[in-house]
Design a protein around this ligand. Sequence first.
Ligand SMILES: C[S@@+](CC[C@H](N)C(=O)[O-])C[C@H]1O[C@@H](n2cnc3c(N)ncnc32)[C@H](O)[C@@H]1O
Length: 244
Amino acid sequence: MTETPITSTNSGKVFDATAQFTQDLAPIHQFIDYYFTKEEIQGKTVLDAGCRVGDYVMAMAEKGVVKASGIDLSEDCVKVAQQRTQHIPNVAFYQGDITQMTQFENDSFDILICVGTIVYLPLPQMQIALKEFFRVVKDGGIILVLFQKKKGLILKLVRWVANILPLGLYKILVNIFAYILIPIVGFFAGRKVNLQTAKYLLIGLRGLYFGIPDGVSEEFRIKTITLEQCSEKSTASYKIKVKK
Ligand SMILES: C[S@@+](CC[C@H](N)C(=O)[O-])C[C@H]1O[C@@H](n2cnc3c(N)ncnc32)[C@H](O)[C@@H]1O
C-alpha cells in the first residue's frame, strides 16, 4: 500500500483545523504528575515540542516552573495558544519546526516534552528531531517523548484513507466518522473517548507515522499512562536523561 507522504510543512496546515479544540487540563496535570516528580519540574525551564494550542504549557506553568515554552508548526494553533495565555507571565510560544529549532540556543531547557508530535515525522526525520531535542536540552536535563507503536492493517487502512482525501473533504467526513470511531478506539486502543476527541484523533491520523526510530535505547522506556489521548497499548513512552 503506497501512502501520500505528508511533509512537516503541510502537517501544520492540517492542525490549523484543530485550533478550536482545547483540552481539559485535569488529565494533563495527571499526565505531568505521572511522568515527572515535583523536584524534576519546580524551578525548571520547559519546552513543549509540538504544543498545539498550549494545553501542556499552561499545565506546566501551574507547576512551579520558571518558564514554560511551546513551539508548533501550526500558525493558527500558536496564535490561539498566545491569546489564551496572555494573562500568564511565564509562558512563551513560537511558530516553528521541531526538526530545526533555530529560535533556541544549545542547552536552553531543563526539560523537553514531545507528546503526539514527533509521530508526524517519517522515521529518518524523527532522528533529526531527536538530535534537535538533545541540542536544546541541558546536560542532566530530561526529554520525554511519546511514539506510536506499530499498528495493524485496519488502522493503516484508515490512515491511508485519511491521507489520500483532499483536506477539505476529509474535514467534512471527520464529523461523520467520529461517531463510528468512538467504539473502535475503545476496542483497539483500550480507552474511552468523547466526540471532540474522536474528531481530533481522526484529523490527527493524517500524516501520522507508526513506529520507533533506531537508536532510542530501551533503557529509557517507561510505561505509558492511560488517558483519553494515550495508553500503553497504542503508545511507547521514553523518559531520557540527557548526558553530554
Ligand atoms: C496531535 S497534536 C499534539 C499536540 C499536543 N502535544 C498534545 O498532545 O495535545 C500534534 C501537533 O504537532 C504539530 N506538528 C506536526 N509536525 C510538526 C513539526 N515538524 N514541528 C512542530 N510541530 C509539528 C502539529 O501542528 C500539531 O499541533
